[in-house]
Design a protein around this ligand. Structure first.
Ligand SMILES: Cc1ncc(COP(=O)(O)O)c(C=O)c1O
Length: 476
């Protein structure tokens, strides 16, 4: 067996792959959405999964067709089926068909996106997407600039580094020692923990992150932000950045971006918006108002692999300050190809990554096939499904406790809101394979059942079946 199969075997392999993908797509709704969580299922046992994986013998080449069959079996058996229409989970949607096609093409052609001269088509595709999404954000088209990342965590990390470069240009050379005081950035208590990780990765230390309380609406308390910045400055610290969350992970709430941008402008902070999940809503004109002020952000994160349903990983970092990415990331070297006159800055000079795969193609093909309108129709439908869910829950004695225009619904039982009670309901629904839902804690730690309509194949029947499942679990 060589690394390159012969042409007949290759054709047969592609045929089998496409059959496997097609039957998965066709049958996923009838699979258990979370086999690993079913109490009676063996897949929760790490020893069993490990034994299955150890069964692949590296000492002797295995027939490629058999390999594919066995891997497909592993994927069908030992994973939470995030493509299931009743997976109401953590922003992991089913992959778009064109996104799957894109990843197949990318693996085969394997363009290297470090330098423009190696992959001009791929880089122009990605830059076109950045301009298009920048326009959606309301950024000046000639200034909008960005890079694809592995996901939201890398994009938030990019935002932090760019903010440091912008506010403390001496940081690049002298590191944190060169800062005028303890650096401080702000995010609400509902913000995503990848910001905390980025702070640590940047060497700032956990103490640099100040969490700002939220109001009853679970949005950042703007007065508390302003007071905290001033108090920190008064104590000799060096505040430099604020992160507004637009579509919080647990409750889907959207900070008042305009107000955050106002404080940022007044206090000389970099304003970053983490719209990793919620940013997709900018494709739906009637939802745009909830993001008012996003055009004033210095940088924004939108993950295509969340609500835009392309395969993982596809994050986008966008900024309206085009010089800052190269200022932050460029390091010169003679062994890389020379820039071609008139081409954009090579991506390895404006990204955390060096060698890079063609991340943007899955979004490019999905968007080009669906069009803005096609995407908007799907997102609108999901928002309507969440509305239906809220109505039905209310009718059946549940209390929805989060307020958001986005399709995340957090709720409790009106008569008994303890974590144990809610946990038992979630376990019963998930264990019986009726849907995948989860527990979350919001605000001051209130336990809630969390449901996110994240799959474009979810229907009204799925919503009604979910309501029936939670009702029955509660009654039991
Ligand atoms: C609001 C928000 N920001 C950032 C992230 C991190 O994104 P990723 O998992 O793509 O790195 C998430 C993940 O769920 C998120 O919900």
């Amino acid at each position: 067996m060589t690394l390159l199969l012969g042409p007949d075997d290759r054709r047969e392999l592609w045929r089998r792959l496409s059959d496997a993908v097609e039957s998965y797509t066709d049958q996923v709704a009838s699979l258990h959405p979370a086999p690993g969580l079913e109490p009676s299922a063996p897949s929760l046992d790490p020893a069993i999964v490990r034994e299955f994986v150890e069964g692949f013998d590296f000492d002797h080449g295995i027939d490629p067709f058999e390999l594919v069959d066995r891997v497909v079996e592993g994927l069908r058996t030992y994973q939470t089926q995030t493509s299931h229409p009743r997976y109401f989970g953590l922003f992991n949607p089913a992959s778009t068909t064109m996104g799957i096609a894109a990843d197949f093409l990318v693996a085969a052609f394997n363009p290297q996106l470090a330098a423009w001269s190696h992959s001009p088509f791929a880089i122009e595709v990605e830059d076109r997407l950045m301009r298009s999404f920048g326009r959606r954000l309301g950024f000046e088209p000639s200034a909008a600039e960005g890079v694809f990342t592995s996901g939201g965590a890398e994009a938030n990390h990019t935002g932090l580094l760019v903010a440091l470069e912008s506010v403390f240009p001496q940081w690049k050379r002298g590191g944190v020692r060169a800062l005028p005081g303890q650096p401080v950035l702000y995010v609400s208590t509902e913000g995503h923990h990848s910001v905390a990780k980025a702070v640590r990765l940047a060497g700032l230390g956990d103490d640099a992150l100040h969490t700002v309380p939220v109001g009853d609406d679970l949005r950042m308390d703007i007065d508390a932000l302003r007071d905290r910045v001033r108090a920190d400055r008064g104590e000799g610290a060096a505040p430099f950045m604020v992160v507004a969350t637009a579509g919080a992970t647990s409750a889907g709430t959207i900070d008042d971006i305009a107000a955050v941008a106002e404080v940022a402008a007044a206090e000389g902070l970099w304003c970053h918006v983490d719209a990793a999940w919620g940013g997709a809503a900018l494709l739906v004109p009637e939802l745009r108002g909830h993001f008012a002020g996003i055009e004033r952000a210095d940088s924004v994160v939108v993950d295509a692999h969340k609500w835009l349903s392309v395969p993982m990983g596809a994050g986008m970092f966008l900024t309206r300050h085009p010089d800052l990415l190269p200022r932050t990331f460029a390091v010169g070297t003679p062994y890389m190809p020379q820039a071609v006159g008139g081409s954009p800055v090579d991506p390895y000079l404006r990204s955390m990554q060096w060698s890079r795969r063609f991340i943007g193609l899955k979004l490019f093909l999905s968007l080009a096939a669906a069009g803005w309108e096609g995407y908007a129709a799907v997102l609108r439908h999901q928002v309507a499904l969440a509305e239906r869910l809220r109505r039905e829950l209310d009718r059946h004695g549940w209390e929805v406790v989060n307020r958001t225009p986005l399709p995340v619904v957090c709720f409790v039982d009106r008569t008994e809101a303890s974590a144990e009670h809610l946990d038992a309901i979630v376990a019963a629904v998930v264990g019986a394979g009726r849907a995948w839902i989860s527990m979350a804690r919001i605000g001051t730690g209130q336990p809630v059942i969390r449901v996110c309509v994240t799959n474009y194949r979810t229907t009204e029947q799925d919503i009604d079946a979910l309501v029936e499942a939670v009702n029955q679990a509660r009654a039991a």
